[in-house]
Design a protein around this ligand. Sequence first.
Ligand SMILES: NC(=O)c1ccc[n+]([C@@H]2O[C@H](COP(=O)([O-])OP(=O)(O)OC[C@H]3O[C@@H](n4cnc5c(N)ncnc54)[C@H](O)[C@@H]3O)[C@@H](O)[C@H]2O)c1
Length: 474
Amino acid sequence: MKSNRRDFLKKSGMAGIGLVGGVLGSSKEDKNKEPFELKRRQRFNMHGYSAPALDVVRVGLTGIGNRGSGTVRRLASLEGVEIKAINDVEEDRVKAAIDGISATQSPDGYYRDENDWKRMCERDDIDLIAIQTPWHLHVEQAVYAMEHGKHVYCELPAANTIEECWQLVETSENTRQHFVQMSASCHGGISAVVLNMVRHGVFGEVIHGEGSYIHDLMNDYNFTKHMYHNLWRLNENIGRHGNLYPQHGLVPVMQMMDINYGDQMDYMVSTSTNDFMMAERAKELAAEDEFWEPYVGRDYRGNLNTSIVRTRKGKTMMLQHDVTTPRPAIRFDLISGTKGAFHARPSRIGFSYNEGWIPQEEYDALVEEYTPEINKRFNELMTRAEAPGRTQRSYERVNAMDWRLIDSLRNGLPVDIDVYDSAASSAITPLSEWSVANRSNSVSVPDFTNGAWETNERGMDVQLEWGGGTTRIL
Ligand SMILES: NC(=O)c1ccc[n+]([C@@H]2O[C@H](COP(=O)([O-])OP(=O)(O)OC[C@H]3O[C@@H](n4cnc5c(N)ncnc54)[C@H](O)[C@@H]3O)[C@@H](O)[C@H]2O)c1
């Protein structure tokens, strides 16, 4: 597999920090060096931290594309949210977003230039910045926002390099501002039910989990001119070989394994196939349209990446990433324990090799019994809501994670997915790139909690035991 070494070092955060010899050097001593920084002093433990309660959460949003145009509507559908500012480099997107919520909100628009989001972050009447820009901007924007006294709600991935992960952790600890990665697959729905089952021992001791991002983004997304701003997502697929988007499948499994509060990811290995599709597609398109010529002959991401993580307590997770082949979608996929297993798509539960998966009625009864308070409360509020965007596209429909974040901020509760969860799940990408580039050798996973995982209380309050659940959906 070809590898653009300079680009890899830059993306993986190793360039300029004096560790390059440890990665690619050949002496015995070099081979024993860790390629990434595994620990840093914890300045303040943000896990379980409650920020002062905010009756009204005043929000500024940056990046109003496919996702962000929905985020504006989702957040505007929650009680106690005031949308103060909307930013994008595209003026028409800002104006359309303002128009879309003008019945209830009157935000200011920011679209002067590519740095106008800074002006928005500098305002002193905003509490939360929501980030939906292309990946390379996330950390720069999040750090700036936290340094200006704002909590951050950031689309995934939170960060792209290990150094960026540390920057998020340090800034959140220094400023005591929450950094929350939008890992919406954990809240509501079946993941929260299975998490509750795990916590009640339905599957015994969990031994193994699997989560993937298998989503065909080939022709209708990445190889389409106007889907993404400046084709940023296709560009991310050039020169990067690894799991570029682990969070949707991984974060639910992390929670089921108590990662960051009871166990910790220890080390991982990763391998990728070659690219069998993207280079061909670029050639086909360029034959008909010269716009695509710069995309011919590029070093495209190997189509399927498989990574295996081992935890300190000797459990494993398998993570896959494939946004190219036409396979049906998979995200959180499997949890397997000493007494049984849950398998998604189709959802099924089994407790016995001989008897196989339990009948549908038994499955439904178990789901009903273990549906946690967070789902019940959210579903009840959705039923009562007048216009939560239920008939609109999924990005515009309020999800349980948006609701619970705003609810937690308004009630002064800890957030369900904190900066350590965000950093650990995002670290998988640069670690997988390193492993793929090094013949699938193992690489240690940094401990962003600096040992606090051993004593941290369990996070992700699916039973609403810490309170809250009071925010209405409009
Ligand atoms: N959680 C999910 O299910 C989900 C779904 C889709 C996308 N996402 C994430 O959302 C993010 C955005 O994806 P998208 O599909 O909306 O991409 P997009 O290209 O449609 O939107 C990005 C927006 O950012 C704007 N932008 C670019 N540079 C900017 C700058 N300097 N200042 C202000 N705005 C700038 C662009 O004009 C564009 O409107 C990504 O992180 C993606 O991974 C998450």
